[in-house]
Design a binder for this molecule. Structure first.
Ligand code: ADP
Ligand code: MG
Length: 245
């Protein structure tokens, strides 16, 4: 399958002090692809996502989005963050703004939309994640699953080229996990390019085009879900799967 690359990492290395947290990372995510990243705690999954969004700098190598190197700073960096939306474990909504304001704010500030247009788009997206009736409420009045769906709507409101999810369901009570995964499944079906760090293996099996397994700062496996789950090659992946499945 020859897909047009959207996110490309070439020989990426990153250190935290002495710790070599990303080691010679090579990863290409094609347009419309869903790549699930799994691996033990501390293996570098969050750092990988953060580097793609330039929340972390790298020591060497290059990261491209749609053929262009990531910008260093300024206006271009704000635009990059709009183009590569990120959804975190902690929902990171503005507590003192309503749901509607949370989804509209970036559209006005970064995309330069008029408030009325931004609100219209926000309501469409809130409808898509099943939350249009919650628009006037504040985040604290919503469940965790609802807050995470608002966070997804907010990321979508910027018309991103790709979305990064870093353990989006890890902070949720079990009964709320599915409502968030269903929204993500829907996005995957609609062709959104996604990098998803998750321990939800059901999601990986059903939505991922590829599973990337990380261990100690390295990509150890990068294969289809069928291949990975039925026949992991590395002992580390076998060991990891035996603990979580
Ligand atoms: P994962 O998301 O796979 O659990 P992380 O990317 O969060 O892993 O972390 C990888 C390694 O880098 C861990 O050893 C972690 O302790 C370390 N680390 C993460 N962020 C920082 C930081 N800001 N400063 C120093 N070390 C960090
Ligand atoms: Mg992490």
């Amino acid at each position: 399958m020859a897909v047009d690359p959207l996110i490309e990492l070439r020989d990426v290395n990153k250190y935290f002090g002495e710790l070599h947290v990303l080691q010679d990372i090579n990863l290409t995510v094609g347009k419309g692809e869903v790549v699930v990243v799994i691996g033990p705690s501390g293996s570098g999954k969050s750092t990988l996502c953060r580097a793609i969004n330039r929340l972390e700098t790298i020591r060497s190598g290059e990261i491209k989005l749609d053929g262009k190197l990531l910008p260093e700073e300024g206006k271009d960096l704000a635009m990059l963050r709009a183009e590569v939306g990120m959804v975190f474990q902690a929902f990171n909504l503005f507590a003192h703004k309503t749901v509607l304001q949370n989804v509209s704010l970036g559209q006005v500030k970064v995309r330069g939309r008029k408030k009325a247009d931004a609100d219209k788009r926000s309501l469409e997206l809130l409808d898509r994640v099943g939350l249009v009736s919650q628009a006037p409420k504040y985040p604290a009045q919503l469940s965790g699953g609802q807050q995470q769906r608002v966070a997804i709507a907010r990321a979508l409101a910027m018309d991103p080229k790709a979305l990064l999810f870093d353990e989006p369901t890890s902070a949720l009570d079990p009964e709320m996990i599915n409502e968030v995964l269903e929204v993500m499944q829907q996005l995957a079906r609609e062709g959104m390019t996604m990098v998803v760090v998750t321990h939800e293996m059901g999601f990986a099996r059903s939505a991922a085009n590829r599973v990337v397994f990380m261990s100690d700062g390295r990509i150890v496996e990068d294969r289809t879900p069928e291949e990975f789950f039925t026949n992991p090659r590395s002992d580390r992946a076998k060991d990891f799967l035996s603990k979580i499945l």
